[in-house]
Design a protein around this ligand. Sequence first.
Ligand SMILES: [Fe+2]
Length: 207
Amino acid sequence: MDTVEPLFPIPLMRCPQVLPADLVEAAVATIRSAEVEQNLRSDQLFHTAIANPLALPLFQQIAALTQPKLADFGQLIFGEILQWSVKEMWINLLERGGGQALHAHANSFVSGVIYLTPSHPSCRTVFVRPPGGSDFSFRHHTREMAMGPYNAGKYVLPEVLPGDMVLFPSYLYHEVPRNQGDQRITLAFNAIPDRLDCWGYQIRFTP
Ligand SMILES: [Fe+2]
């Protein structure tokens, strides 16, 4: 029998309902009552004056809920259960008309987004195939073709509900198209393992 091996794929983990409804409500209430500041690149994207949400017990509680998922996701990447911690967390308030430019996260191994409000279909998070490398420089994109993981240039996250989370390797570029719906609130974070070991040569990280 013929087989196809999915060589060197990039994992992305979708974790439905990581946050219970009461925690989502409490986070939204805290965020809506905080002062906001404008994003440098989009005039309809704002961040709250809560510069470090992890300083608040509510967000520490949220970070703790990501821990087992980070351990599972980290095992996919590094092959072992490591001690993971969320080293930074921030809040995105995306108003109607706002978007987020294509970017990746530096100084981090795993990044995540927790959705706190419904997202209008126009502003689902889009993940982009890493550019360059040894791919063909030709494309075949037609209405008849079957789009799949071997030829797609982008992956659009399917519908998410408040309390859902997505985890991805921090090097994976992503963007949010212009929001044509109501305000969308997300929590984003970066996480690191306590150490990496390559045949006895270790590097340690502290948040
Ligand atoms: Fe991001």
